[in-house]
Each structure stands twice: as structure tokens, then as C-alpha cells.
Ligand binder design. Sequence first.
Ligand code: SF4
Ligand code: SF4
Ligand code: SF4
Length: 188
Amino acid sequence: MSSTVLFIIIIAIILLSVGISLSLLSNFTDSKDRGSADKRIEKLLPNVNCGQCGYPGCQAYAKALSKGEARCDLCKPAGPEVAMQLAALTGQNLGSKTDFEEDLFTPRQVAFIHESSCTGCSRCVRVCRLDCIEGKIRQSHHIDKEECIGCGDCIKVCPEKCIELVRLEHNLSHYDWKITATTSSGAK
Ligand code: SF4
Ligand code: SF4
Ligand code: SF4
């Protein structure tokens, strides 16, 4: 083997070793950074582990946030202030605090039919894209409030003006209990 070939092989081995070392170092730094991001995020969360964010506890949610796998506005108990801080930490854009407060904490609006005034003409049924209005022709109709998205299309076509948008009251049925695992490492 000539000395030139030997030299090239040695240089190649050195470069390969440097590459592997740099990659290991970068992985180590990443996981260290992520660990500290997890901790900073976790400190902001209420630590009541109620599961309303859809994760099995605050630690799992913090992990998902630090990996960029979750939205920062899922923890209702923490409130909008914390969500804004989480947004700043994770680089997410939430819009203004007021918009966010409105989205998160105002119960959604749904359409409601005043059945005593409804003539059962079914015009509302024909325009509802969600297919959430029920009723037989010439009998009063009603709206499935769990399905209605409050778009207001039915209100525009009702000749009796007997549909209006109402705010849903918050109750336990609005809590999101999509807990998919029982350990903190099993985030959805
Ligand atoms: S919603 Fe999630 S992050 Fe917020 S307190 Fe409950 S478990 Fe913790
Ligand atoms: S508000 Fe929209 S979604 Fe709700 S019942 Fe009326 S048309 Fe359907
Ligand atoms: S459009 Fe109005 S009157 Fe006609 S069925 Fe619907 S709610 Fe009743």
C-alpha cells in the first residue's frame, strides 16, 4: 500500500470519528436542553394532574409541549396568563390574550329553537351542514347542541324568527377527558 493511500485512509478515519463525536454531542445537548425546557414548562403548570389537557398529567403535557407536539392552550386550570407564557417559551403564536381568553373560557354558542313558535317548515334542516336539526314536517324542531357549531345559517332562513344563538353553560360534560395512558410517558 502506497503512503498516499494510507494517508487518505487515516484522514477518512479521523473525519469519521469527528463526525460521530459531534453527532453524539449534539444529541446529548438536545436532550439536556429538552430536559430543562420540560422543567421550566412544568413549573408553569398547576400540577393538579386533572387530565383536561388530554394528557395523563402535567408532566406528560409539559413533555409534549417541549417537543412541539402539543398546543400551549390546552390547560384550562392554568388560565390564559400561563398559556401566554407557555406560548412565549415554546415559540407558538396564540394571538392576543383577549382572543385567547374568549376562545378558551367562553362557553361556545349554539343555535336554539323556541319550539312553541316553530311551524315545522324544515327550512332550517335543509341548510344545516352538520345535520344537527331534527323534527318531523309540521312539528316543532330541535337542535342537537353537542353537534351544532353555531354558524347561524339556520337563523337566516327561519321564517318564524324562532331560532337564536345561546351560550352553553359550562358543565362537566365540556371537560375533555381523553386520557390515553396511565403513565406519564404515554402522552397521546
Ligand atoms: S389540564 Fe393538564 S396540564 Fe393542566 S392541570 Fe390538568 S393535567 Fe395538568
Ligand atoms: S347554527 Fe349552524 S350548525 Fe347549528 S343548527 Fe344552525 S345551521 Fe346547524
Ligand atoms: S325554519 Fe324555523 S319554523 Fe321552520 S322548522 Fe326550522 S325552526 Fe321551525
